[in-house]
Ligand binder design. Structure first.
Ligand SMILES: *Cc1c(COP(=O)(O)O)cnc(C)c1O
Length: 389
C-alpha cells in the first residue's frame, strides 16, 4: 500500500454511526459501569478517542508500534527527554532547533542531564563524541535553516552498537518523505504544527516509537506530565494528514523550481536546498528522502542585513512570518527573527549570516511565487545600479 492510500484508509470510520470523519469527543470524563469497569476510557488526560485516532494514524505512517499526541512539538520533545535520568548525556546535532536547544540547556541541564553537540553530517563525529554516559542521540534532518542532512541509517547502526537510543526530529522531512524508524531510529518526534497539520492553524507535537515497550514509557510520561493534545486540535491534525502526501509533493516541486531560480541569481551567494545537486549532503538526501521539501534558505553576495530585511519586507505572496509547512508561503530573516538570541560568531559558524533568508514555499502556483521573487530582485538590482551610477 502506498502512503496516500494508507493515510486515507487509516482514518477510521466511526463504528457507532458510520461517520466518515472522526468524531470529536469533547469530554473530560467517561461514565463507568462499576468502579474501574469502563470501555477503555476513564479520564481524558489519559485517553481520548479522537486523540487516539490521530496517534494510531501517525504510528502507522511512521511504521512505528505506537504514537502519542502532545500540546506542541516542544512538549513532544520534552516527553522524550524525560525517558532519561540525572547523570545521563544527550549527544545532539549542532544545528538543532533553537527551542530544543533552550529546553536541553536551560531546563534539563539543571536536572543533571548533560548535552553535547556535534556536526552529525559526518557520522564519524558522532561515534567519536560518545561517552559511557551517552543515552540518547538526537538528530534533526534536514536541519533549520541551512538544511544539513545526517545519514540516519549509519548513525542508527552506531547507536545500536552502543546500546543508545536514537531520536530523529522528522518535522522538516515529514513521514511521506522520510521514515527514520525504517532506517533504524528508535523514536521519531514531530512538530505537527508544520507539515502534518499543514495550514498554519494550530500548535501540536507527536512522538512515535519503534517498540511498544518504549511507547508504554512515553504513554506513562504523557499521562503523568499532562501536555496532551486537545480533541479539536487532534481532529485538525488528522484532517491535515489526509492531504499530506499531496501537499509535500507540491511543496517540493514548487521549491525545486524556486531553488533553481535562486541558484542562477546574481545577487545570491549560497542556496541551501537538498534537491540541488551541489548541496553538501545531496547524496544522503537522495538516499533517505523521497522529496526535498518546501524549505529553502539563501544568502546574498553583499552580506547585508539591510538588503535582506528589504527583500523579506517587499515580497507580495511570501508573507513575513516565522514557522513553515503551511499552504501559504512564508519568508523570514533568521538573524533578526528565529536566531536573534544566538551570538553572531555562533550564528555565522552555523551558516546563519546577516543576509540569510529562509523561505517556506507554499502551495500557490509556482509561476506566481517565481514572479514575486523576480520582481523584488529586479527592484533591488535597479536601486543598486542607481546608487552605483
Ligand atoms: C517548530 C519546530 C519544533 C517545535 O515545535 P512547536 O510545535 O513549535 O512546539 C521542533 N522541531 C522543529 C524542527 C521545528 O521546526
Amino acid at each position: 500500500m502506498k502512503d496516500q492510500t494508507r493515510i486515507i484508509h487509516s482514518v477510521p470510520v466511526d463504528e457507532l454511526t458510520g461517520a466518515v470523519s472522526v468524531p470529536i469527543y469533547q469530554t473530560s470524563t467517561y461514565v463507568q459501569e462499576a468502579p474501574g469497569v469502563n470501555k477503555g476510557y476513564d479520564y481524558a488526560r489519559s485517553n481520548n478517542p479522537t486523540r487516539k485516532a490521530l496517534e494510531d494514524i501517525i504510528a502507522g505512517l511512521e511504521s512505528g508500534a505506537a504514537g502519542y499526541a502532545f500540546a506542541s512539538g516542544l512538549a513532544a520533545i520534552d516527553a522524550v527527554v524525560k525517558l532519561l535520568n540525572a547523570g545521563d548525556e544527550i549527544l545532539a546535532v549542532d544545528d538543532i532547533y533553537g527551542g530544543a536547544f533552550r529546553l536541553f540547556t536551560h531546563i534539563y541541564e539543571k536536572f543533571g542531564i548533560r548535552v553535547t553537540y556535534v556536526d552529525s553530517t559526518d557520522a564519524a563525529n558522532v561515534a567519536a563524541a560518545l561517552t559511557p554516559r551517552t543515552r540518547l542521540i538526537w538528530l534533526e534532518s534536514p536541519t533549520n535553516p541551512t538544511l544539513k542532512i545526517s545519514d540516519i541509517r549509519v548513525i542508527a547502526d552506531i547507536a545500536k552498537a552502543n546500546g543508545i537510543l536514537l531520536c530523529v526530529d522528522n518535522t522538516f522531512a515529514s513521514p511521506v518523505s522520510q521514515k527514520p524508524l525504517e532506517l533504524g531510529a528508535d523514536i521519531v518526534v514531530h512538530s505537527a504544527t508544520k507539515y502534518l497539520a499543514g495550514h498554519s492553524d494550530l500548535i501540536a507535537g507527536l512522538v512515535v516509537t519503534r517498540t511498544q515497550e518504549l511507547g508504554d514509557r512515553i504513554k506513562f510520561i504523557q499521562n503523568a506530565s499532562g501536555a496532551i493534545l486537545a480533541p479539536f486540535d487532534s481532529w485538525l491534525v488528522i484532517r491535515g494528514i489526509e492531504t499530506l502526501a499531496l501537499r509535500v509533493k507540491q511543496h517540493s516541486e514548487n521549491a525545486q523550481q524556486l531553488a533553481g531560480f535562486l541558484a542562477s541569481c546574481e545577487l545570491v551567494r549560497n542556496v541551501y536546498y537538498p534537491g540541488l545537486p551541489n548541496h553538501v549532503n545531496h547524496h544522503i538526501a537522495r538516499k533517505q528522502q523521497k522529496f526535498s521539501g518546501g524549505v529553502i534558505s539563501f544568502d546574498l553576495h553583499a552580506d547585508s542585513e539591510e538588503l535582506a530585511v528589504k527583500i523579506v519586507s517587499s515580497t507580495r505572496y511570501f508573507k513575513l512570518a516565522e514557522s513553515l509547512g503551511g499552504v501559504k508561503s512564508l519568508i523570514c530573516h533568521p538573524a533578526t527573527m528565529t536566531h536573534k538570541s544566538i551570538p553572531r560568531e555562533k550564528r555565522y559558524a552555523a551558516g546563519v549570516t546577516d543576509s540569510l533568508i529562509r523561505l517556506s514555499v507554499g502551495l500557490e502556483d509556482a509561476e506566481d511565487l517565481l514572479a514575486d521573487l523576480q520582481e523584488v530582485f529586479e527592484s533591488v538590482r535597479k536601486e543598486q545600479a542607481a546608487i552605483a551610477g
